[in-house]
Design a protein around this ligand. Structure first.
Ligand code: GMT
Length: 379
């Protein structure tokens, strides 16, 4: 098939899922055309079936807000006509689903049918989509999609509860490439950070408010009084400076390191003992899955789709949002030398259930279904 993929090309989870999906589809022989405003971060290798089409937004002094959505719709039309796309798969509803709908309408006038598959990732529904300034367009463009997927049962339910949705939603969870995300021998790195055999905790996120990074810090500082440990914080975002200030106030300087954005997070994960994800909302928790694949158990909140990933007492623990004391208690239990190896095995076993090889056919099945439906309409 010739598949167009529209996504945010940056570090966010939806962009990672879209890019890894496109790469895997290309390896399976599909022709994949990425349509985005810059090269997706993880689109970093050559494959004869992969193409990248940049969306450029020409600004004009009259525009206070450059009309990206129109430029994107025009580029989808252009690529669909030029290469003969079989469908376009948009990741993150805003503004991708409505741009794809507009492109579909324009192409229909030219006698071309372009099915649209929309994948809902999380904040496009749970935060931004609910905002009154977007809600009518989000509802409309989900309903106009030929196929809709959500990354967890929880996200599907929240979408159905909040929006007036008439299109069926398939749940297709996030997935993991186990060839890339696996524990690597990086003991020299661990020795440098934990010279006295301390336990190593890690948090990876885009440092938005919804991630509750302050809970990671308060939890760690309490834990640190009982268990010798170090904390690595990976990623960047609006809350980072505030979190650095908080860390200086409540933790010892030598115990907490902010590493910024890292490409090879699997190297850090390979030497870590515990991943902490205390999010206020989290539709799936891709970063936690990446940790589990590297044999790192997870302490997370029980928000959104996290209970569909983390098995309480096996691959980690689920705690109520903001219950830092419980997180400390559970962390002490996991990090105990009698328990840690068992939790590490539990984490890896769970991650294997989300192997990309098992999840990819679910997307292919949705593609086949929307194509069949198009053929039915045409004949
Ligand atoms: O919050 C992020 O990490 C970015 C965000 C995105 O859409 O770019 O991630 C969402 O999509 C990921 C991939 O499907 C999910 O694993 C994350 O749980 C989800 N984030 C939230 O729901 C907050």
């Amino acid at each position: 098939m010739k598949i167009g993929i529209v996504c945010y090309p940056t570090y966010g989870g939806s962009g990672v899922v879209a890019t890894e999906l496109g790469k895997a589809l290309a390896q399976k022989g599909h022709e994949v055309h990425f349509i985005t405003y810059s090269q997706p971060t993880r689109l970093d290798f050559f494959n004869q079936n992969l193409y990248y089409h940049e969306v450029s937004v020409n600004n004009y002094p009259l525009f206070e807000y450059p009309p990206y959505e129109l430029a994107l719709a025009s580029r989808i039309v252009d690529v669909a006509q030029h290469v003969g796309l079989d469908l376009v798969h948009v990741h993150y509803a805003i503004p991708h689903a409505s741009a794809a709908f507009m492109a579909k309408q324009i192409l229909a006038q030219k006698g071309i049918n372009l099915p649209v598959v929309t994948t809902l990732h999380g904040t496009d529904i749970t935060l931004v989509g609910k905002d009154a300034s977007y809600e009518p367009v989000v509802t409309f463009s989900i309903n106009m999609s030929d196929g809709v997927t959500a990354v967890s049962e929880s996200l599907k339910q929240e979408t159905l509860d909040y929006f007036n949705i008439t299109t069926p939603i398939d749940v297709i969870p996030n997935f993991i490439d186990l060839d890339r995300f696996k524990k690597q021998p990086k003991e020299h790195f661990r020795k440098a950070i934990c010279p006295n055999g301390e336990r190593l905790l890690v948090h990876i996120s885009n440092f938005r408010k919804v991630k509750r990074v302050e809970d990671v810090l308060t939890m760690f500082c309490s834990l640190r009084k009982i268990v010798p440990a170090k904390l690595l914080l990976v990623g960047d975002g609006p809350e980072r400076i505030k979190m650095e200030e908080l860390a200086r106030k409540i933790c010892a300087y030598e115990d907490v390191r902010f590493l910024g954005k890292l490409e090879q997070v699997e190297e850090v994960l390979s030497v870590s003992d515990l991943f902490v994800m205390p999010s206020e909302k989290e539709s799936f928790g891709l970063a936690a899955l990446e940790a589990m694949a590297c044999e790192v158990p997870v302490i997370s909140s029980n928000a959104g789709g996290l209970p569909e990933l983390v098995q309480n007492g096996i691959s980690g623990y689920l705690c109520n949002v903001g219950d830092v004391d419980d997180m400390v208690k559970k962390a002490i239990h996991i990090l105990d030398e009698n328990n840690l190896a068992k939790f590490k095995q539990g984490a890896l076993a769970r991650a294997k259930e989300f192997d990309i090889q098992a999840i990819l056919p679910m997307y292919e099945a949705v593609y086949a279904r929307v194509q069949r439906n198009v053929l039915k309409v045409v004949s």
